[in-house]
Design a protein around this ligand. Structure first.
Ligand code: CUA
Length: 176
């Protein structure tokens, strides 16, 4: 996956470099009648703007509904709150406990010992179920009630240095 992302980036970078080179080479040439060209370019730009809006607006609206922000405000429900203190370090997660019970609210108190991290909880299919920032000198409270038992993964979602990808932890959600 990373190799593919890298190859796509390389191709895109080549395109940008080509664009710059094209403009640099052409900049020496004089265009006497500039006005019609400018008009055409502006018309194209307006059209491009609306194409981009039409392409991205539905994608944005659709993906907004998938965001798990609502989980933060889910009602606590019955039973006692299980508290998990989570601290981000370069580059690991420190959890006060890694076993909780399904069907009862969990309160994650998330902070960081060094730089900004992002605390993302993923289910077994790597779908994001809840997320908050891990910031130094500040405790973010994230409430989530796991409806399904299983092993969940905590991944750092914000680039925080060389071994950012190593910030993995597991949390086991068991039956009552
Ligand atoms: Cu911590 Cu990325």
């Amino acid at each position: 996956m990373q190799t593919i992302a890298w190859q796509i980036s390389l191709v895109l970078m080549a395109f940008v470099a080509f664009g710059f080179a094209f403009v640099a080479i052409r900049s020496g040439r004089r265009e006497d009648d500039y006005a019609p060209l400018q008009k055409r370019a502006y018309r194209l730009r307006t059209r491009l703007f609306w194409v981009v809006v039409l392409a991205f607006a539905p994608a944005m609206i659709y993906t907004l509904f998938e965001l798990p922000y609502g989980a933060t405000y889910a009602s606590p429900g019955s039973g006692s709150v299980q508290i998990v203190e989570a601290t981000g370090h370069q580059w690991r997660w420190e959890l006060s406990r890694d076993r909780v019970v399904a069907g009862q609210p969990v309160e994650f108190r998330v902070s960081s010992a060094d730089v900004n991290h992002s605390f993302g909880i993923y289910d077994a299919n790597l779908h994001l179920v809840a997320q908050t920032q891990a910031m130094p000198g500040y405790i973010n409270t994230l409430r989530h009630t796991f409806s399904e038992e299983g092993t969940y993964r905590i991944l750092c979602m914000e680039y925080c240095g060389l071994a950012h990808h190593n910030m993995l932890a597991e949390i086991h959600v068991g039956g009552q």
